[in-house]
Write a protein that binds this ligand. Structure first.
Ligand SMILES: *Cc1c(COP(=O)(O)O)cnc(C)c1O
Length: 475
């Protein structure tokens, strides 16, 4: 407090003097001169406004000390520099949650990314010959080996893979697809729209629930580019249904000298049955069934980074690589490093349950999940007692989902912490917001008047419980 006569603002130190004050040294060290100066100017302007708005008759006013000003500047800069993209706890029960980042990479892939991101690499360089190399060379042999396909390439995501494949093989021509397979994935990717953007003309065949081989056959004209099947990964048509098999459609295509393309979506490279997971068509099977090109995602069941993988016949993959759009859709070196690492892990399929985090979470046993739930329950009860007296939490049976549109009807037995509150739904919703406001947001789901935290994807109990002390009472 500085008392004075006349204009109290005259005693407010200048920007330069404050920046040289020892109180500002840590702020300058953390945020640098440019943004510290800009923020300080704003803070001083606010102080002046406050002082002018509160004229005190004897001319005295509260002029904050340098330390106080430094604290205010620091708080504003901390808030302004807070990262928006942060890790969260995915306790929704959906393992490959598209909005929460889908597959989790193994540490070895993260290390490979770091090495390639921070150092020069042979991304497109043949080290022994000194010649220009091919970006795809880092994954092509792996993909050939793992899928049985002749050739492979990779782009930014599977939507790009489908777009590029259709644009290369079907530009200006017709592509028959079953009406039962015109899928939409998350609103922005719809087969009919991708088809028209890729310059192909969709020819709908069959009906929503039944499409027969003869429907494809009747749709073939002199202007047909290829036959296509799309794996309906995010819905199932049940009841009176029929779909022509990949093998049959491929045989028909080949009889008419046409190639056959399959978009597998979540396409997995291995049989998931040993992991207690439901059947999902593998890429190998599609190739063995005669598909000439197969497209699939890198960050769904494969458990890798966001990528779109395209495998198939040598001549067709070569044409895809030559399409100018390939350059626009290619993946970056950091993603390539992660993808090559994850594919390498597939050479030891027996260890994938340990080495691939997504597969580890998907195949976690209910007993193991229950143990973790028991370990976190006391921490949750403690936190609840402080913020909502009268709230209760207990462990219940729950059903997790695979997510990412994979096997939508198949639920994995799991356990959840179920929280109920005396204030009902409204209070629970505010409690859910309080959990999401934690430094590492905790994301659950509302179900049957309870807030559920599915424990399947929670592996590190101590960190989780530690931050619960920071839970603030919902308003
Ligand atoms: C998920 C999916 C896509 C899109 O894959 P992204 O990797 O998300 O771009 C395309 N087709 C099918 C059948 C899918 O399931």
């Amino acid at each position: 407090m500085v008392a004075g006569t006349g204009n109290p603002l005259a005693t407010l130190p200048s920007v330069d003097r404050l920046l040289n004050d020892p109180a500002f040294a840590p702020v300058l060290k953390r945020y640098g001169r440019t943004q510290t100066t800009a923020q300080l100017r704003q803070t001083l302007a606010q102080i002046r406004d406050v002082v002018r708005a509160n004229p005190i008759s004897d001319g005295s006013a509260h002029i904050p000390a340098a330390t106080e000003i430094a604290d205010a500047v620091r708080t504003d800069l901390d808030r302004h520099n807070k990262r928006t993209l942060v890790p969260v706890y995915n306790l929704t029960g959906t393992v490959l949650h598209t909005n929460l980042g889908r597959a989790l990479l193994p540490d070895s892939a993260a290390q490979a990314m770091l090495a390639i991101a921070t150092q020069p690499s042979n991304l497109e360089y043949e080290v022994m010959s000194g010649n220009r190399g091919d970006r795809d060379s880092h994954i092509e042999d792996l993909l050939r080996e793992l899928t049985g396909a002749e050739a492979a390439t990779v782009v930014n995501n599977n939507a790009a893979a489908v777009l590029l494949t259709l644009n290369t093989m079907g530009l200006g021509k017709e592509v028959p697809v079953s009406r039962g397979e015109l899928v939409e994935i998350g609103g922005s990717f719809r087969i009919p729209e991708v088809m028209s953007r890729s310059g192909c003309q969709l020819v709908e065949v069959g009906s929503t629930n039944r499409t027969h081989l003869k429907d494809y056959e009747e749709a073939i004209t002199g202007n047909t580019a290829l036959l296509m099947k799309v794996h309906t990964s995010n819905y199932e048509i049940q009841g009176f249904t029929h779909a022509a098999s990949t093998a049959d459609v491929a045989t028909l295509a080949h009889a008419h000298d046409l190639p056959m393309v399959t978009d597998l979506g979540s396409g997995t490279l291995i049989d998931l049955a040993p992991y207690g997971l439901p059947d999902e068509p593998t890429v190998n099977q599609a190739i063995a069934d005669g598909a000439d090109v197969v497209t699939f995602s890198g960050d769904k069941l494969l458990g890798g980074p966001q990528a779109g993988l395209i495998v198939g016949r040598t001549d067709l993959i070569a044409a895809i690589k030559l399409n100018p759009l390939k350059r626009a859709l290619r993946i970056d070196k950091v993603t390539m490093a992660a993808l090559a690492e994850v594919l390498t892990l597939y050479r030891d399929p027996d260890s994938l349950g340990d080495t691939l985090p997504s597969l580890r979470l998907l195949s976690r046993t209910p007993t193991d999940i229950f143990k973790t739930a028991e370990a976190v329950l006391p921490g949750i009860l403690n936190a609840l007692e402080l913020v909502i007296p009268g709230a209760t939490a207990q462990i219940i049976d729950a059903a997790s989902q695979i997510g990412s549109g994979s096997m939508p009807l198949d639920l994995l037995p799991s356990h959840a912490i179920s929280i109920s509150a005396p204030g009902g739904d409204e209070q629970l919703r505010r409690l859910a917001t309080a959990f999401r406001a934690l430094p590492r947001p905790v994301i659950g789901r509302m179900h049957d008047g309870c807030l559920l935290f599915d424990i399947r994807c929670l592996e590190h109990v101590d960190d989780f419980v530690d931050q619960l002390q920071q839970l603030t009472p919902p308003p």
